[in-house]
Design a protein around this ligand. Sequence first.
Ligand code: UD1
Ligand code: UDP
Length: 392
Amino acid sequence: MSMSTMKIVSVVGARPEFIQATPVSRALRERHHEVLVHTGQHYDYAMSGAFFQDLGTPQPDYTLDVGSGSHAAQTAANLVRIEEVLQAERPNLVIVRGDTNSTIAGALAASKLHIPLAHIEAGERSYDRRMPEEINRVVTDTLADSLFCVSRTARSRLDTERVAGAAWWVGDVLFDSMLAFLPLARTRSRILERLGLRAGHFSLMTVHRAANTDDGSRLTSLVNAVNAVDETVVFPVHPRTRAALAANHLELAPNVLAVDPLGYFEMVSLEENARLIATDSGGVQREAYFLSRPCLTLRDETEWTETVEVGWNRLVGVETDAILEAWKGFSPPANHPPLFGYGDASQRITRILEGDVSAALQTGEIQDSEKSMGSNDNGAVLTAAGLEGIRA
Ligand code: UD1
Ligand code: UDP
């Protein structure tokens, strides 16, 4: 390898960022010096520390303790503190991912210090500017020098938007995490026993989007639906949602098993064994697809339109009757095409950042053979096969 070692600052702050940073850190650290910055946007052990411990994510070099607050307060605290780190570290590159307030702050801080910026999970859009994450994504994509896309739709959208940076389709680093950790989740998780569940005989729900938690009538409609479902529903409750349920005096029926936020292994184990998944999470929609579980999306729109187009995800909104009808009647087709790459997104990102595009085209231990995690009792098969070309 001819390129020199880079110093890279990676910014993470929220639960999905910890999970997705792990395979990227592994790939980068084979040859480069990564400085991991945890902004402290999520701070409860169950929302943060648990992931570092379970996944073996490197400990952060900096923890900025920005905590919770209004969008302005949280973003501003992030911006000031990330800038200090960047001034002290003077990295060759800053990496941000996704669409959180930590993401937009990292992007702004790096850009104004003229430090090259890479955005992982670029090009996703809900086309709803009332959604804070949409604003974070649009601004970050505008500023990024290197944009790494999960989906081909996102990649071509960036052409339409004429972003200034170089954009690449690499696949989903969340799929890399799933391939890396599913075997461990299968051996380590005791969640089915702990909750007294049988594979295929329960559903799983998560809710945390501001559009659902901050609107009492939407949250009520959603709770009325899940309370009326004729099935056990496991519901790991995000702290934001726990507060909203209390503020709206909403009670969950006995069929709903509300639990604290779960570790990744427990969550993956529930996803793999659930009959159906209902969620407003971006990550959980994709994980449902990786694991071939039927998914109901409790939103009016989604960034992950491909999963809807192939028939595995249904956009149901939050209207009680619509949810109940879909909960009973939704059945995805047999066809399950690979939408999220080949489990080597982290390697491809690393090669492209090194400027070694031809290596990125060749990369992956899975080049010649099919990589499969096998099937579970419900017949879910997770495969990462072959390679397709990527394009700049
Ligand atoms: C954030 C991201 C969202 C992502 C989600 C992942 C933004 C704008 N949104 O939303 O894109 O999908 O993370 O989960 O950045 N809280 C705690 N303990 C914690 C963290 C949060 O109690 O460890 C509570 C606080 O009351 C806080 C609220 O949850 O005000 C919301 O947290 P925040 O980080 O602002 O946004 P999320 O809804 O988590
Ligand atoms: N997740 C988890 N425990 C939970 C809920 C979610 O480990 O109790 C994981 C989930 O498997 C996925 C990620 O967190 O990998 C998704 O994060 P979240 O739903 O908070 O955010 P989003 O993906 O919507 O940004």
